[in-house]
Design a protein around this ligand. Sequence first.
Ligand code: ATP
Ligand code: MG
Length: 651
Amino acid sequence: MSNESLANLLKEERRFAPPADLAAQANVTAQAYEQASADRLGFWAAQARRLSWGKEPTETLDWSDPPFAKWFKDGKLNVAYNCVDRHVEAGNGDRVALHFEGEPGDTRTITYAELQREVSQAANALTELGVQAGDRVAVYLPMIPETVVAMLACARIGAPHSVVFGGFSADALATRIEDADARVVITADGGYRKGGASALKPAVDEALTRPGTEKVRNVLVVRRTGQDDIAWTEGRDVWWHDVVGRQSDQHTPQDFDAEHPLFILYTSGTTGKPKGILHTTGGYLTQVAWTHHAVFDLKPEKDVYWCTADVGWVTGHSYIVYGPLANGATEVLYEGTPDTPHKGRWWEIVQKYKVSLLYTAPTAIRACMKWGDDIPAKFDLSSLRILGSVGEPINPEAWIWYRHHIGGDRTPIVDTWWQTETGGVMVSPLPGVTETKPGSAQQALPGISATVVDDEANEVPDGGGGYMVLTEPWPSMLRTIWGDDQRFLDTYWSRFEDKYFAGDGAKKDDDGDIWLLGRVDDVMLVSGHNISTTEVESSLVSHPKVAEAAVVGATDPQTTQAICAFVILRGSAAEDEGLVEELRAHVAKQLGPIAKPKKILPVAELPKTRSGKIMRRLLRDVAENRALGDVSTLTDSSVMDLIQEKLPSAA
Ligand code: ATP
Ligand code: MG
């Protein structure tokens, strides 16, 4: 952002106070902000006591070698014990941990006592396969209970896992196995997606032919789909039901240092080559457990929680596995897609399990908007009491739709800003405290220091725009990029001195609330003004004929960049010149003439990462008539062919 700070265009005046009954019984009240600002480290030391430590830490933060943080460094604990055993010991062994719903409709209910036995067996099996503390284990599985068991078993024996999303190709898997130097791969024959069995094991077989993966000794295979033509490498491949099934269901967990590596996870790759983010034990578990308790107001005896993310993303790690289970939650685990066998599948699941806390992503909400209001209306969603959003800025219209059609105008929405790198939620409303604003993540959580700065690293005043930064270390921060400290320093700690650079643009409104404006790489420079892609997209989505929009700046001789918009129209909207003019005028009226798109192209689909984020850099390549950059994390590369056909100048 060279000359001017981000233009502050969008005006959103709607406000929603927390429901009085929720506020009266909220886990966390406004006092937490005061406590944390009076004594930030004392606040986190108190949250660490929510966990069971084998050896309690005496030191909260060692920041003597910034930005390499050590939290609770003389403490020792076992993550799996915290997520499973301690709930059984507290007398809650009969509580349901997981309500598993397979895509074909098969179900399993797993209590904490059962989870303890399964995790113990899996830990014994990994030990039998020679896995020792510190060895990396790659996990390439569908969304099934064994995935949660496998991750917890790794944590239990101190073997960092590297979960690779089951939708990734053999190549993507091979690069991640090589980078993490994994010794064992846990996979399945396949999983169910979009109404059929889709194989996983062949991708592992192929990945393991690539150079750099030779150190993998064993492939542990869960039988999920039961295909019988599965290839088998004797001596290397072993069945989960054989090796895990025959183990003792007793296992004594050993405590590990608070800074022992817990997992490596590669970022989504929205902006470029994925980075292997390293998270460790004590600080990570403290922050994910506390934020889950605070942001979702979890009452473990009553609530049914459901996070729809895939476990292959950080949201699945922190808010399916570690946060909720550390808190003793009862949660839903769903294997499949939202539209299989029908577009109401999610709402049917909410109704069936009486889900009270739901956490999903804007891309899913926009898809549901596109499918129609009548679909969720067919189900009883009255159990819901809090709705969460994560992954991208949520357009105000999508926020309002979510609250109205899913939340029955009752439920607070928590728009949670965070990243793979931050490990846990950083900026979010608190459901019993914050008066919410559609489209804003609002305030740093208690104990978190987040702000917006300008090019010179000065904090912007209320009403100003610039870059999202974190000014103090936080417990679940990444410790480094696996094997590449220099890239860690360059990517996050070199843009501003002593501040973590998140790579996202943001603004503060007149109340000091934070609005995320998309990635810094996506911000447009138009005639000397920095304009946020998010704001122009939100304006387009607020038009009744638009379901989704992606906006990019394309090089332009007159204006430096020109705004180019790709839109998906709602069901019956006709695509013609008149409509394009209408949309341009709509944006100009809402945001001002400077933000009026030069080009608007109706398209059938937008390019997205497998975690559902719009990949604007590819649209920029198209708009600027260039060969496409790295498409390896794209869901469906044929989407780009369709878009290119639409743009004759780029052919
Ligand atoms: P890569 O870093 O490899 O390009 P990525 O940034 O998409 O991939 P993640 O760590 O999964 O990988 O995503 C974090 C990013 O998602 C944030 O930096 C931000 O851009 C976006 N994001 C997440 N939650 C929100 C939110 N509530 N509001 C706005 N943006 C969000
Ligand atoms: Mg990122």
